[in-house]
Each structure stands twice: as structure tokens, then as C-alpha cells.
Write a protein that binds this ligand. Structure first.
Ligand code: ZN
Length: 233
């Protein structure tokens, strides 16, 4: 059995796993981040506030105009000489005064809404600028991530091709052994001998085992401790 090739296959599989994990990570980062969502929500709330203030201002202006017309009508009646009864005159007079007070109130409300609207507009401009900035940064990141993902997909396709070549050369029995052992040993079927120890479980190996592993004379040599195939080169 070509243990060196089997070891090569394992390295390839580890690389493929790394690529798959990174791609999964990239996909997780593709949703809108919290800071962008927050900036968007803040600007939207301020915009709603601005619209409310604008509506309040318009409504107060409309009220003021309606009151102005009513004041004008009442004053015309006062001047016309049609109303002669002193009590009626007095009541009309006080009604005009009351309408004038209401109108002043409506004008003040319109002005207050306008002034607050100006403040809110300034705040909205700042918030929208921040939102645009956060959005730009995020989009740039997204572009980088998309490029990285495309590159990883090309790499993965190459690795897959290489894997197929190795699998064809190793043959079915070796692949079966490798797959079964890998499933039981956390994806690591082959361990390299490093300084007289097993590269996977770090146990010191008997010299006989090491030399058999180095000789690579067909049958695989297993680590006496973890049971993995030893690669002796
Ligand atoms: Zn071992």
C-alpha cells in the first residue's frame, strides 16, 4: 500500500475541509451586520419624526388660515353696522378676540414645529451620512468576501481533481481502509512518525515499529497506541 500517497490524500482532505469551512464562514458574513441595521433604523426613525413635524406644521398653518378667514368675516360683520344689539356686539367682539388668540396659538405651533423640523433635518443629515459610510464599508467588505469565495471555489475544484487522481492511483481497498479509519479517528487515518513518536497521539514508538513503517513493504504499520497507519518517511 502506498502510504506516502495515502498521507498526501489526507493532507489534501484537510485542505479541502479548511476551504469548505472558510466558505461557510464567508456565507455567514453575507447578511447585513448589526451596526448597519442600527444605523438604518436610527435614520428611519428620525425621518419619521421629521415627517410628523412637517405634518404638524402644515396642519397648524391650515388652522391659522381658517382662523384668519373667520376673523375677517367677524370683523366685517362688526364694521358693517348690521349688528346693532349691544349684547350681540359684545359677544361678537369677544369672539373675534378669542379667534385671534387661537390664531396666535396656531402660528406659534407652526413656528415651533418648523424650528424643531430644522433641528431634526440637521440630525437626519448627520445620521444619513453615517449610514452611507457604514454601507460603503460593508459593501467593500462584501466585495472582498465574494472575490475570496470565488477564488476558494476555484481552489476547491482543483483540489477535487487532484484528489480523484490520488484515489484512482491508490485503489479501492486502500481508500476503504483510509475512509473507515478516518471516520473512527477524527478524520486522521494516517500519522507521520516524528522524532520517534506518532505524529497524531505523540506516543514514543518502538524502534521495530519505526523501521517497519520506514520500510513500507506493503502492509500498513499501525501505531500501537492510537491505531492509526504510520507514515515513516
Ligand atoms: Zn498514535
Amino acid at each position: 500500500m502506498d502510504i506516502a500517497k495515502l498521507y498526501e490524500l489526507q493532507k489534501l482532505d484537510a485542505n479541502m475541509l479548511k476551504v469548505r469551512r472558510r466558505v461557510a464562514q464567508i456565507r455567514q458574513q453575507q447578511g447585513e451586520p448589526d451596526d448597519l441595521k442600527a444605523a438604518r433604523a436610527v435614520a428611519a426613525a428620525t425621518q419619521a419624526e421629521q415627517e410628523q413635524l412637517r405634518a404638524a406644521e402644515l396642519s397648524a398653518e391650515l388652522t391659522s388660515q381658517q382662523l384668519a378667514r373667520r376673523i375677517q368675516d367677524a370683523e366685517q360683520r362688526l364694521m358693517s353696522g348690521e349688528v346693532r344689539n349691544p349684547k350681540e356686539l359684545e359677544s361678537l367682539q369677544s369672539s373675534v378676540e378669542s379667534l385671534k388668540r387661537q390664531r396666535t396659538g396656531a402660528e406659534e405651533a407652526a413656528l415651533a414645529a418648523f424650528q424643531r423640523g430644522e433641528e431634526v433635518a440637521a440630525r437626519l443629515a448627520r445620521e444619513q451620512a453615517l449610514l452611507a459610510e457604514v454601507e460603503r464599508t460593508w459593501q467593500a467588505e462584501q466585495e472582498n468576501l465574494t472575490q475570496e469565495e470565488n477564488k476558494l471555489k476555484r481552489i476547491y475544484a482543483q483540489l477535487k481533481q487532484q484528489r480523484q487522481l490520488i484515489v484512482d492511483r491508490l485503489g479501492a481497498p486502500a481508500i476503504e481502509l483510509y475512509t473507515q479509519l478516518g471516520t473512527r479517528k477524527a478524520g486522521v487515518a494516517v500519522a507521520a512518525v516524528k522524532n520517534g513518536t506518532c505524529g497524531a497521539c505523540n506516543v514514543s514508538l518502538p524502534t521495530g515499529v519505526i523501521s517497519s513503517a520506514r520500510a513500507d513493504e506493503g502492509d500498513p504499520v499501525y501505531c500501537p497506541s492510537c491505531g492509526r497507519i504510520l507514515y515513516g518517511a
